[in-house]
Design a protein around this ligand. Sequence first.
Ligand code: SAM
Length: 258
Amino acid sequence: MQRQPYVKRRRSRLSYQLAYALRHPGKVWPHLRRMSRDARLRLTTADHVSYYREVMRADIADLSADAAIGSHGRESWLRIGKMQFDYLRAHGLTPRDRVLDIGCGNLRLGWRLIEYLEPGHYYGVDISPEILLAAADTVARRGLQSRLPHLTVVDDLTFAFLPDEHFTVIHAHSVFSHSPIEVIDECLRHVGRILHPDGFFDFTFDRTEKAEHHVLREDFYYRTETLVNLAERYGLTARFMDDWERTRHKQSKLRVTR
Ligand SMILES: C[S@@+](CC[C@H](N)C(=O)[O-])C[C@H]1O[C@@H](n2cnc3c(N)ncnc32)[C@H](O)[C@@H]1O
């Protein structure tokens, strides 16, 4: 597979950034804060998972768990979670499905799945211990203890502790948009083992039609064909979900099957 290099593009040019700052003055200070954190974390963390775990730790401490997963306000947290849930329901989700929610965050989608699925059928994994504490809090506040959700902190996406062909639905919303290609590669290399033969793995990604790039190691932009080809390398088929585009969410969605 030909891999596109991450190239510096318009966004990283000083002239572009100055013009952008003039148009969006409210975004300048948060961006400077992220730049200085990036400089520190580049020196103090060994790999991307440790880097992003620190990003989550800082955002939860400085802002809130909702903000750390990208929801500025409860209304948006509820709306984006419902959008994900309604989409899965429209695609045939039933209470008997066994769902793995990769990068489950503080259960923006997860609480709806926990409520809907048979007890014990929801598994959430995340790299951030702090966001999983917030997830446990969501379970408690919504009174979902008897639905027996599984919440596990992970260091990688090899799924070594999970059984073969167990999950009928695997889901990763807004996770690969924060992941370098090695993390996505690792996930696609291993996900086929735990995916039920008739199941599917849906993930969103920040799509670009131009050169692939990242911003401060926090936001990654990929071409669709890069991810489709990567899935193919591991014997999986990835399909672009046109109907997801109608939700007008800023990320696109691919569905992977065996
Ligand atoms: C933008 S939030 C989305 C949370 C959730 N999927 C949702 O839509 O509400 C991204 C989440 O993915 C987690 N994450 C990032 N990289 C990960 C990785 N390589 N493996 C597992 N979780 C990851 C973050 O800690 C964070 O909780």
